[in-house]
Ligand binder design. Structure first.
Ligand SMILES: [Fe+2]
Length: 438
């Protein structure tokens, strides 16, 4: 491949994550008072933020390895007040030489998720500490919870809706392989425990229930540190199992399950002596399609049951985060209908209803490629589907990107609003709603 064809975004020689709707954008943009089609709900008062890889020199050897870029859209008073996109300025981004310690301390990329906790916006990647961003998405610096976190941090922490605690973990190729942390609602780490495992494995996501944390020990073994390509190797001899860890402390209990890996958690909860974990499962790391799946762990008998819930190819499961750890009714996913070279080229949003056992598609129109959707409740007291769903959507026919707002209570109906963004937003990974401060 010539370097010319590799660097030409229209070249078919370029991998999927550098072309089409994944192609990185070159500029950091600030725009105010964005055009809105439809009516933005007055109740949306805050900032939608979403992270994703956007290699600054236009090339990365894998989708996961591009520099992180956070896109933000600030909504208030029925208007779209601003759009900003900013690189997460890690040490690698600014050109600092990286040893392992520096990578851990926010040196590598930070491109996977972005959340708010205890007044801080945190950009996250599972290979390093989170990066603290200010309200306008500029990088403040690496964040180690006041020195309490000395391992990488997952990009999928879970906030307990009852306590406001942030539960998270770090995995790494050296001991301790797996560390489980709990930070209180104020951002202070109040619990740090090593979870004893045979060795490190790819552990992208986990789950909490009201009393337990769940860790998925898969055959995707971590065989070296990040920094020299994908550090995982599938081991057919490794028994896949789920570790059930009491949040309050105590023995870990392991449940053997079918060989496979948890890609993303939808939710987990306890029901009549059983722990239910729902999420996206793939039978093999980067080599098998993702499906919605349910594992049930019987705490009394020790038996497990598991099954695929649907034959559609789906990813990016999200729920109303206020249901985290307790039974939920609705799961929202991105369904992938067509692929070219591993990249989805046609997709839609789908909602699963656990009460009826049915699902419903949300068509957005031809050429529209939605990303993960985020649920925003109408108020703290509203019911599970009383609120809105936000998704960044690429319109391939018009070559624009929009923040699409759906009424969650009328899933499947036309969007209530579309916010036109001043530039294309590459298909990215995870995002959050950051409510305006009271
Ligand atoms: Fe993820």
């Amino acid at each position: 491949m010539s370097s010319e064809s590799k660097n030409d975004p229209r070249s078919p020689a370029r991998p999927f994550w550098l072309s089409g709707h994944f192609a990185p954008v070159a500029n950091e943009v600030t725009a105010h008072e964005l055009p809105v089609e439809g009516e933005l709900p007055n109740g949306l008062d805050g900032t939608y933020v979403r992270n994703g890889p956007n290699p600054k020199d236009g090339f990365s050897p894998h989708w996961w390895f591009g520099d992180g870029m956070v896109h933000g859209i600030h909504l208030a008073g029925g208007r779209a007040r601003w759009y900003r996109n900013r690189y997460v300025r890690t040490a690698r981004f600014t050109g600092t030489v990286l040893d392992r310690e520096r990578r851990l301390r926010g040196g590598g990329t930070s491109n996977t998720h972005v959340i708010e906790h205890a007044g801080r916006i945190l950009s996250m990647v599972e290979a390093a500490l989170p990066m603290h961003l200010d309200g306008e998405l500029s990088t403040v610096g690496a964040f180690d919870f006041g020195g309490a976190v000395d391992t990488p941090m997952t990009a999928h922490p879970k906030r307990c809706p009852s306590t406001g605690e942030l539960h998270f973990f770090g995995y790494q190729v050296v001991r301790p392989y797996l560390t489980y942390y709990i930070a209180d609602a104020g951002g202070r780490v109040v619990s740090k425990r090593e979870i004893e495992v045979e060795g490190p494995c790819y552990l992208h996501d986990f789950a909490i229930t009201e009393r337990y944390a769940l860790f998925f020990d898969s055959p995707a073994r971590m065989i070296r540190d990040w920094g020299a390509g994908m550090p995982f190797e599938w081991s057919d001899s490794h028994q896949t199992r789920i570790g059930v860890v009491p949040r309050a402390g105590g023995e870990v209990r392991w449940f053997d399950v079918e060989s496979g890996q948890l890609c993303h958690t939808a939710n987990a909860f306890e029901r009549a002596g059983t722990i239910v974990l729902e999420g996206i499962r793939s039978a093999r790391f980067e080599a098998a399609p993702p499906y919605l799946y349910r594992w049930e762990l019987d705490l009394e008998s020790g038996r497990t049951r598991e099954r695929r819930l649907d034959d559609r190819l789906v990813e990016f499961p999200r729920i109303d985060d206020r249901r985290t750890g307790r039974p939920h009714r609705y799961t929202y996913v991105v369904e992938m209908l067509d692929f070219v070279d591993g990249a989805p080229t046609r997709s839609l949003l789908r909602r699963y209803d656990a009460e009826t056992g049915t699902s419903l598609a949300q068509e957005l129109g031809p050429g529209q490629i939605p990303g993960e959707c985020v649920f925003v409740p109408r108020s703290a007291w509203s019911t599970e589907d009383d609120g809105w769903l936000l998704s960044l959507v690429r319109d391939g026919e018009r070559d624009v990107s929009e923040l699409v707002v759906l009424d969650a209570g009328h899933f499947g109906a036309a969007p209530v609003a579309r916010v036109r963004l001043p530039q294309r937003v590459p298909f990215g990974i995870h995002g959050s709603w950051v409510p305006a401060a009271d």
